[in-house]
Design a protein around this ligand. Sequence first.
Ligand code: ADP
Length: 261
Amino acid sequence: QFEELPHEKEESDNQKKTVYIAVTSGKGGVGKSTVTANLAVALARLGKKVGIIDADIYGPSIPHIFEMKKEGFQMAENNKIYPPVAFNIPVISTEFFLEDDQPLMWRGPMLNRMLNHFFNDVAWDENLDFMLIDLPPGTGDVAIDIQKLIPEAHVIVVTTPHPTASHIAVKSGYMAKTLKHNILGVVENMSYYINPVSGAHDAIFGSGGGDLVASQLEVDLLASLPIGQPQNELSHSIFSPEEEIGIAYLGLANKVLKALK
Ligand code: ADP
């Protein structure tokens, strides 16, 4: 009477599928890469296996955020390369393939090939729970091409608290919608400064931007992250779970897990 249904068994035998989460923003400098890296670390702290594809090919900053040193690649069987690892997060980035301080001057087809390599020629752990993708800012050709390459991505839109910047973030959200990606929600970064003496939260860059973007895209505001004052020796841009900003990142990771259930 309570026999297991055949299709249920099949499903549990199947390998679990990696969930792709792309992080986008309307413009550069809002903290998209910092959010990608810290969200990856927070998800890993919650026990998830996470990788990062740094698809911000013209402005790769994930290796800098993790303070990764350039070392040669280890080759896996079948000529794939093992992704370098920092904070338990395997990472691939154009930064690893560039000479120091050299600008990237490849044209479209080359970029497309590069991204295909990132997905197909890297020896990713097949059991990754999440692959975070740091997208280029904005709605330009590269951002569109990349989002087309990613089959079923969930998208997080990062914005700043000042309402005047919100329309540009909304645009990047609309683009994801047009490409039929699911928008998980909005993250407002640099929302407030934590006064080190009183602990008060001061909205020094204005407020309301995150709410505005979320309501226009008809999704939730997943987190309002404070301005970080890096003081741990781990990295200047990866926040510790003992800091208020690190706690906010754990909250964001939990919200993401809940939204994906
Ligand atoms: P983007 O990827 O949007 O271009 P970055 O993640 O590179 O932005 O961040 C831009 C700059 O702002 C970096 O110097 C980064 O360290 C800083 N930054 C980002 N988020 C915060 C934050 N919450 N508090 C303090 N500095 C931040």
